[in-house]
Design a binder for this molecule. Structure first.
Ligand SMILES: Cc1cc2nc3c(=O)[nH]c(=O)nc-3n(C[C@H](O)[C@H](O)[C@H](O)COP(=O)(O)O)c2cc1C
Length: 399
């Protein structure tokens, strides 16, 4: 069968949004615009390249809706909005490939959680949010969604994965509240429910998606047993699609044997995807899902033939990729046209994460790029950093 007939390259739909194919660029942080608070030509060029490369939909890098200061002052999303963020929309649409763009909203830097707990990773006690602060967080997300619609985006995705605030509310590992925001699955999802309910009154059927963990990789957290009910609750809350990811930063204090994958920054971006069975590492978690909304699978998706088989045989509607599109922005086109091998060039080394953390003002332009391909000296520097990072986590845990 020619690849043009693959399900991977067939049209798809999320809510009212028509998409040209089933390949999605998963959210990839943009440190330079976050650092400067404004859009740059370099970032626009990155998005244009990815859109022109044939992906059907792009999730923007996470955009914060609040932080410790805005929470303390009670001010809303407006102060954190990236100036010129709306320029992303025509940049992507003008690529001429039918690619759409959805903005990802994340809670931002908040040193508070649903419950007071000592994080073994951060090694400090995280204080619990009081009810008024939770209302402020909800308001910030609602304002964020309204603003993203006004900016012309094709939809919005709420980042409730990887241990951030929304993720911490969903997880029984971090959420020990006994009020209306903790306890049952419904109550743990109440913050999300209120955000969606309040936003829908203004934005109507604007697509609202969620990225969430299928596993926290932590005992007492979200896992393969309790995830299907949580996913069903996301459908009830009114999300238009779920993107299935995993991992919380706290999990990284465990050994490779305990985790089943090497502990590296970040918990959702596994390394050493060197055998076919290591690919698509969250697939096992979606097999029991029975949802009426699309399921997007992210994490270690690497081989076009394997991905086509997943779409044909499993309850998965879309495939999301992050690191492979940093390495090869035109990967969807390459796969469609049958150029090169069936697998991506990406070696999943996570050197791109080093580039992400070396913010502007430190020693990098803040552009996430594939240094393995583009700058071998920098790649070796990144490898050293990754190793030191792992050793430090181990040392401090032992201490
Ligand atoms: C450089 C980099 C930046 C990322 N930024 C975000 C982000 O802003 N929001 C998010 O939800 N996930 C983010 N992720 C996680 C990815 O979206 C994705 O879930 C993960 O890398 C696994 O997919 P992959 O194997 O295709 O890379 C980031 C990952 C990398 C490597």
């Amino acid at each position: 069968m020619s690849r043009e007939q693959y399900k991977l390259f067939s049209t798809g739909r999320i809510g009212k949004l028509n998409l040209p194919n089933r390949l999605i660029r998963s959210a990839t942080w943009d440190p330079s615009i976050l650092h400067h608070g404004k859009m740059t030509e370099e970032i626009l060029a990155v998005y244009h390249k990815v859109a022109a490369g044939g992906v059907g939909l792009i999730f923007s890098g996470g955009l914060p809706v609040c932080n410790d200061e805005t929470l303390a002052s009670g001010s809303g999303y407006a102060g954190l909005r990236i100036k010129g963020i709306e320029k992303l929309v025509p940049t992507v649409h003008k690529a001429g490939t039918g690619c759409k763009i959805i903005a990802q909203l994340e809670p931002g830097n908040l040193n508070k959680g649903p419950s007071e707990i000592r994080s073994p990773y951060q090694k400090e006690k995280i204080p619990a949010l009081i009810t008024d602060e939770i209302q402020t967080v909800i308001r910030c997300f609602v304002e964020g969604i309204i603003s993203i619609q006004a900016d012309g985006f094709d939809g919005v995705q709420l980042h409730a994965a990887h241990g951030g605030l929304l993720s911490s509310f969903l997880s029984p590992y971090t959420n020990h509240r006994t009020d209306e925001f903790g306890g049952t699955i419904k109550k743990r999802a109440a913050v999300l429910q209120r955000i969606v309910e309040q936003a829908r009154k203004i934005v109507g059927d604007f697509p609202i998606l969620i990225k969430l963990n299928a596993t926290d990789n932590l005992q007492g957290g979200i896992d393969i047993e309790n995830f299907p009910a949580l996913a069903k609750q996301m459908e009830r809350v009114g999300f238009d699609a779920i993107e299935v990811s995993g991992g919380m930063w706290d999990c990284l204090i465990q050994s490779e044997e305990e985790l089943g994958f090497p502990p590296v920054p970040a918990p959702e971006s596994h390394t050493q995807i060197n055998r076919p069975e290591k690919q698509s590492y969250y697939l096992q978690y979606v097999r029991e899902l029975k949802l009426n909304i699309p399921v997007i699978l992210v994490g270690g998706n690497r081989d076009v033939e394997r991905l086509e088989a997943i779409l044909q045989e499993e309850p998965v509607d879309f495939i999301a990729l992050c690191r492979p599109l940093i390495s090869e922005p035109d990967l969807p086109k390459r796969w469609l046209e049958g150029r090169g091998g069936t697998s991506t060039d990406c070696i999943s080394c996570n050197a791109c994460i080093y580039e992400m953390y070396m913010h502007p003002g430190q020693d990098a332009p803040g552009l996430v790029r594939c240094v393995y391909k583009e700058d071998r000296e920098r790649y070796h520097e990144a490898k050293k950093w990754l190793k030191t990072w792992v050793d430090q986590v181990k040392v401090s845990t032992d201490g």
